[in-house]
Design a protein around this ligand. Structure first.
Ligand SMILES: [Zn+2]
Length: 275
């Protein structure tokens, strides 16, 4: 969330009408972990129930994490708060609190929270970002992918990827790339191509840089991934991220293009929608 939420906000100009308020919180309810069954870890059976007990989860979304510097933190939302209402209305089962649609161009979202059994009203600034949520997947694979599939639409990052990445800047390179796939609608195509990869690399680096991350190590990030995980099934199940010399050259030139714009104080806008 610390990496993906700033990128979603920075990517707003590219997401057209697929926008939502990015509050900068991660919420979970009892059912959340039932959909996160780990595939290659030994604790899968007890996991969902244990997680619900550990975090004292109910059917209402509970804030587990607040991203520093984003609207929810500034409005005083704290971990442990339970979100009960939005604009005075009770939450329905399918509402995703982390990607609410703004109401009639309102500049603030009115949230009703419950903290220690006491209701609290907070007004959270509505900062628009791409509506695509990011989700964590249990599993040791060094992997991430974007998918376009109804309510499951989103960017998925495996635990193995989070462990493998050495910094938020490194992870931002991956998250930017995956969000670029969503924006460029590659996830609605049948399969990844070299062109779709190059386009996602290009726009993705801009998205990460616009969010304030340092993308200067991008070539090294992809290179390390390719060496560690040569049969990576990153993206939608295809081995689509080989580090070819051509890809290195393109990444390097995009890094240089962004660095030059930064140095001269220019807006970090991509030169083209695709390569
Ligand atoms: Zn890709």
């Amino acid at each position: 969330m610390r990496v993906s939420d700033p990128i979603r906000i920075a990517a707003a100009p590219f997401c057209e009408d697929h926008l939502a308020s990015v509050l900068g919180i991660y919420t979970a309810k009892k059912a959340t972990f039932e959909h996160m069954i780990p595939t290659d870890l030994p604790f899968e059976k007890a996991f969902a129930a244990d997680a619900a007990t550990r975090f004292d989860l109910t059917r209402q979304p509970k804030v587990l994490l607040v991203v520093p510097g984003l609207p929810a933190e500034r409005a005083g939302v704290a971990p442990g708060d339970v979100v009960t209402r939005v604009h005075g209305k009770k939450l329905t089962r399918y509402v995703q609190v982390d990607s609410l649609r703004p109401k009639d161009d309102a500049e603030h979202l009115q949230l009703t929270l419950e903290r220690g059994g006491v209701p609290i009203e907070v007004s959270v600034e509505s900062r628009l970002g791409c509506s695509t949520p990011s989700r964590f997947m249990f599993g040791t694979n060094v992997n991430a992918f974007a998918t376009h599939f109804g309510r499951n639409t989103g960017i998925y990052v495996f635990g193995g990827m989070l462990e493998f990445m050495e910094s938020d800047d490194d992870l931002a390179v991956i998250m930017g790339h995956e969000l670029a796939h969503m924006i460029l609608k590659h996830t609605q195509q049948m399969r990844a191509t070299q062109k779709s990869e190059a386009d996602a690399d290009y726009l993705g680096l801009y998205l990460a840089a616009r969010a304030g991350f340092d993308v200067s190590e991008a070539v090294d990030v992809w290179d390390r991934m390719a060496r560690t995980n040569p049969y990576s099934t990153i993206d939608w199940g295809y081995y689509s991220h080989p580090m070819s010399p051509a890809r290195s050259v393109m990444l390097r030139s995009t890094v240089a293009e962004i660095a030059a714009k930064r140095a001269s104080g220019q807006d970090l806008m991509p030169e083209r929608a695709s390569r």
